[in-house]
Design a protein around this ligand. Sequence first.
Ligand code: FES
Length: 99
Amino acid sequence: MPSIRFMPMDIVVTSETGASILETALAHDIDLEHACGGFCACTTCHVVVAEGVDSLTEMDFDEEDKLDEVEGVTLRSRLGCQARLGTEDIVVNVPPKPY
Ligand code: FES
C-alpha cells in the first residue's frame, strides 16, 4: 500500500492505490482545505508533490486549468482532490494558505 508523507506536519499515512490525496488526508484527520468538496472547482486543496509525482494519475485539462489560478504554482503542483495514488510512496508539501 502506498503512503503519503504530509509536510510540514511530517505525518505519514498509508492509503490505497486509486485514492486521492484529499481522500487520504481526510481519512486521517489531516487538515487539507477542500472548499468545493473535491470537485475541482476551487484551489484550496493545492499541494506540491516533493517525491513520487510520476506515480500519480495524470493531470487532466480541468485540473491544469484550475492550477493556473494558484499563486505560487509549481511544476509539481497538484490538486489534492484530483491526484490519485499509484503504487509508490509520495511526499507532499501543503503550502500555507494566504488567509
Ligand atoms: S477541493 Fe476544490 S479543487 Fe480540490
